[in-house]
Design a protein around this ligand. Sequence first.
Ligand code: NCD
Length: 528
Amino acid sequence: MGKEGEGSPFEGRSLTVVNDFSIDEQLYLYEQTRELKRALGAGEDVGRFAINEPSMGLYLIFLEDSTRTKESFRNAALFHGVKVNDFNVAGSSFNKMESVTDTIKMLTGYSERSVFVVRSKLEGTCRWLDDAIGAYAARIGRKAPSFINAGDGKHEHPTQEFLDEFSFLEQKRWDRSAIHLALVGDLAHGRTVHSKADGLRIFKSVRVDLVAPRELALPAHYAERMAHNGFGVRQFDSIEDYVSQGDLADVWYFTRLQLERMGEEVLEKAPLLRRAVTFRREFLDKLGPETRFYHPLPRHREAPEIPSFLDDLPLNAWDFQSINGYYTRIVEIAMLQGKLGADFSGEPKRQPVYTDDFVEEVEVRQTKAHDYKVGIKPVENGIVIDHIGRGENIARTWDHIDKVRRIMKLNYRSSHGVYHSSSDSMYKGIVSLPDILSFDERQIKMLAAVAPGCTLNMIAGSRVRKKYRLHMPPRIYNLSVISCKNDACISNPRHFEQVRQEFYRAEKSSFVCRYCERPHDFGEIWDL
Ligand code: NCD
């Protein structure tokens, strides 16, 4: 991170997604919260948790509506005796088209140190602000602020996740050996559900039952992440289907139908969809005695997923859950401000290391350049890019060649074509460039990203002198021809936040946006 304080490994950090804390760091948060809650309940002195620094400012910037998250943060800040600023979004310069980045820059100047709690429909906002504001703060002689994501679009809601897990741990009496959880409701739009793909990792064995009709199903990349994290995942279309088989979870997590995020087509079906994920009296006797229901809230007042006849039953864990938001958020603020954490001794969060493993030098077996039957003449000196889009159909291979030429701006004397590979009968594209003798690192990286699997042949005196096979680079950034295609991402050019585009290589040859973490097919990130 580069901005940790002396004593606490958490000082100055941001909380943009659940994984910004390692599992041990999450457990530390839960242990501290447990102790705080106990001490408060016993009427003991809780001074060691409190920051008490009026020069620190906590900004509540809620660009989407909120009750619990905002008010629990406000009350947590009051506990800490710090300045609380409730940013008036409706009357602010956002309405004069000011960017979020400019607004936060300005606010950073008002306190010696600041924590920004930001809720936005733009995904990845806090990650971007954390990247962008640090250098600015140093320039004006302020400490880099911490950013806390209080919900970003359909992406994540890490502080809700932490209070949810804390509540599950209470139900389990702090036994982390296993959890069996049903996620019920709008799994498509619910960011509190998406954060569970990582947050549940504190349990050693995790079973997740996804209960939602197809229209509200968990996006595939979150289901894949759950499977990747070793969770056993099952899917059901409705509560009715779910209860008709005997194996039910003892932790049920409901979410609201987020009608405000749904398109017309899905909205029309809302009553039917709602019925599929609303609990009914007839299901009650199927539940085990230990079963508890949770909900991040709010509930729909006319058609609640958890109907009000359940409110006074022992099933009701959602009321306790929402109170836990106050305790966990006190501890989160204390950690990020370095008030807590000096005694942390677990495994810290590791920053990813990017190795340049994408350029592989391969043995030159046949030194004489190929003599192709059609088209390309062997070059005497220059570069031949071979195996472009190998294995794709003929039309896609032509497109691929075209893409390579446009993105790499290969406007030179050259030739190209689609051929059969000599070792098998797959199609591949070749571009032959007699005027170019070498590519720099940036061009090689670009080529690797546009045409992973291609080979680069350096030819001199009609002989292949060096041959490289290019693989997907681990990270692609700083290119003017790439952009995130998620309309709701802060980095999408349509939002004019001037975010530097950045993607990471993920499994299955996809690239994940640094900000919204949406996977892209490698062909998709290019604008040309
Ligand atoms: C949730 C949210 O905003 O993501 N609410 C909350 O923070 N307690 C869920 C919702 O809006 O339904």
